[in-house]
Every structure is written in structure tokens, then in C-alpha cells.
Design a protein. Structure first.
Length: 141
């Protein structure tokens, strides 16, 4: 059994930005536009590949009349191990303001079995965040 589904998104608009604290100043319109693609691929042995990539351009209060590129991408795989238990893992990349942020992720989804004494409509989804920080400083000579 296999199959796939692709989605394409595009949107744009503007945000009103006030340039000063006085109430009589005019607001600046910060324009933005982004487009992206997202896909799901069902493979053999109950594996699901998923991915997403988005490219956008945004104007904010610090870059008046200049659009900044913003890129995000994510990809991963989900494995259905047995009834109600899914293991997923992958990676995420974000590029904005000249900075690149790569992040790996891993997680699990489990639902209570239907014969459980604890009847709940909502599955139990534990989320355990793990943080790692590495700072870089430019050495001046």
C-alpha cells in the first residue's frame, strides 16, 4: 500500500507599523509574501514521510522598504509500530536575518487502548522539550 498527497500554499498582505509613540503619526505598511509546499508519502511497512518548505519575504520596522528573505524547511519520517503507537523523527531548518537554525526532533504518539479502565476521548501525548545552547562570539584582533 502506498500513496501521496501534496499541498501548495501562498499568501501575502501587510501589517501596519507605527514609527513613533505619538498618536498622530502615520502607520507604515510592512508588506509580506510567502509560498510553500507540503507533502505526505505513505510507504510500505506503515511508514509515512512528511516534508514542508516555505520561502517568504517580509518587511518589518527595522528594514523599512526592504524585504528580508525567510526560509523554513522540515522533513521527517513517522513509523506506525503497533496499534495506537507512532514514532516520528526528522529535522527542521530556519533561515532568517542571516542566521541559520537547524534543529532535530524526535517524538512519540500513543493512545490509550480501547479496553483500558481509564476512558478518555483524548490521547495521551507527552511532550518533553530538550534544549541545547551553543553560543558563538566573533573574536576581534
Amino acid at each position: 500500500m502506498s500513496g501521496y498527497q501534496l499541498f501548495w500554499t501562498a499568501n501575502g498582505g501587510f501589517r501596519s507599523t507605527t514609527l513613533s509613540t505619538s498618536t498622530d503619526s502615520s502607520a507604515h505598511r510592512g508588506y509580506y509574501f510567502n509560498t510553500g509546499v507540503m507533502g505526505l508519502h505513505l510507504q510500505r511497512k506503515f511508514r509515512l514521510l512528511f516534508y514542508q518548505a516555505t520561502l517568504g519575504f517580509s518587511e518589518d520596522g527595522t528594514t523599512m522598504r526592504q524585504l528580508k528573505p525567510i526560509f523554513t524547511a522540515m522533513g521527517g519520517q513517522a513509523r506506525i509500530i503497533k496499534y495506537g503507537f507512532i514514532l516520528y523523527y526528522g529535522g527542521y531548518i530556519n533561515y532568517t536575518d542571516g542566521r541559520l537554525l537547524p534543529l532535530p526532533f524526535i517524538g512519540a504518539y500513543t493512545a490509550l487502548p480501547p479496553f483500558s479502565t481509564c476512558k478518555s476521548r483524548y490521547p495521551y501525548k507527552p511532550v518533553y522539550p530538550i534544549a541545547s545552547i551553543k553560543t558563538f562570539a566573533h573574536r576581534q584582533k
